[in-house]
Ligand binder design. Structure first.
Ligand code: AMP
Length: 352
């Protein structure tokens, strides 16, 4: 989607990816990691769209080429403990947490934070993977049996379980001169840890937007960030709590391809290429639904008025994001009905 946004700006992309049938092959030359040196000479500027890109490779590339966002942002996002520490350092309210290096630490965390709590690996988790909800002290052994081995790589993190009202995220872009553009706050529905649906803009969010913008601005400036950054937040009775950042274009911003004047993908490309940012305002209220595991009937999905279908040319696999559909009918009053029609087409309705 980044390369698709680059094309009309006259910018051509090359990619680093080892999977033989990577969707990127449709849009430009794909280098394997064995060809890293050639890849590092192939472009004028580099970026990342995969959060688990090894930080050492990013730092290596940054020694010889312009790379945005900075590898330090990647290092923070890859480590939940570093990420939480940065939220605290910048006075961005976040969930209570403790580092867990052994089973005794987990018991201490349960006593200090209370149960339920969420035990997470601090590295490599995504879409709810690498997480265990400890409901009672009796779950400690089971939680350790599932995640304990991960301490050999890095300590785990125990987080207080947040009984949030809803989940929201904010996406912002920062250019090479420090100008920042914010997308509207959006509301996200997850199913079993995976994003199922994003509503843009989030209903009743004016007051929350001010706080979310202030939080992401602090992060962008602290990290001297260039490109698109996403911040996921829990809405609680006491206001917003930061959950995590993503140093890249984000699934909760996919609606912006049709739903915003300039998409998150185009703005990321603009920032990285040293161009001015485009208008982030919303064109029309939109709902984005993820296609998980199995493709819907294309004729049925495209028959829904105001539905924009994006299939990623990925192999179908359980719990894999393989496409999305953004719904934005011309008549706003039809939005809920059209969303229901799209959900009815999805083989995996993700609890919607
Ligand atoms: P994460 O990988 O941290 O984004 O977690 C995936 C999803 O799990 C989140 O979007 C929430 O729905 C849920 N979750 C994560 N952390 C917590 C928490 N501390 N309390 C309650 N729910 C959580």
């Amino acid at each position: 989607m980044l390369a698709q946004a680059a094309l009309p700006l006259g910018l051509r992309c090359v990619f680093l990816e080892d999977a033989p049938f990577a969707p990127a092959r449709l849009l430009g030359k794909v280098y394997s990691t064995e060809q890293f040196e050639d890849f590092a000479r192939a472009a004028d500027v580099y970026t990342l769209e995969f959060e688990n890109t090894p930080v050492c490779s990013a730092r290596l590339l940054a020694q010889t080429s312009a790379l945005y966002p900075p590898p330090d942002a990647l290092a923070v996002a890859q480590d939940r403990l570093k990420e939480k520490a940065l939220f605290n350092q910048l006075d961005i309210p976040t969930v209570p947490y403790q580092q867990v290096s052994n089973q005794a630490d987990l018991r201490t965390a349960c006593e200090a934070l209370g149960v339920p709590l969420v035990l997470k690996t601090s590295h490599g988790g995504y879409d709810g993977k690498g997480q265990f909800v400890v409901q009672t002290l009796a779950d400690i052994d089971a939680a350790w049996a599932e995640l304990g081995d991960a301490v050999n790589d890095a300590p785990l993190i125990a987080e207080g379980f947040i009984h949030f009202e809803r989940e929201v995220s904010i996406i912002a872009a920062r250019d090479q001169h420090g100008n920042v553009a914010y997308y509207p706050l959006v509301e996200n529905h997850h199913h079993q840890g995976m994003l199922a649906k994003t509503t843009a803009p989030a209903p009743d969010s004016d007051a929350l937007t001010t706080d979310a913008q202030a939080a992401i601005k602090k992060l962008l400036e602290h990290l001297d960030y260039v490109g698109v950054l996403a911040l996921e937040l829990f809405v609680t009775q006491d206001g917003l709590l930061a959950n995590e950042i993503a140093p890249r274009v984000h699934n909760s911003g996919h609606w912006s391809i049709e739903g915003a004047i300039t998409s998150q993908f185009e703005n990321h490309i603009r920032a990285v290429a040293g161009l001015p940012l485009g208008d982030t305002r919303i064109v029309q209220p939109s709902v984005m639904l993820n296609i998980i595991g199995e493709y819907p009937d294309l004729a049925a999905a495209t028959a829904v008025a105001g539905a924009h279908v994006h299939l990623y040319d990925k192999e179908e696999r359980d719990e894999r994001k393989i496409g999305h559909i953004t719904v934005m009918p011309t008549d706003r009053s039809e939005l809920a009905a059209r969303v229901a029609e799209v959900v009815a087409c999805l083989p995996n309705t993700m609890g919607l």
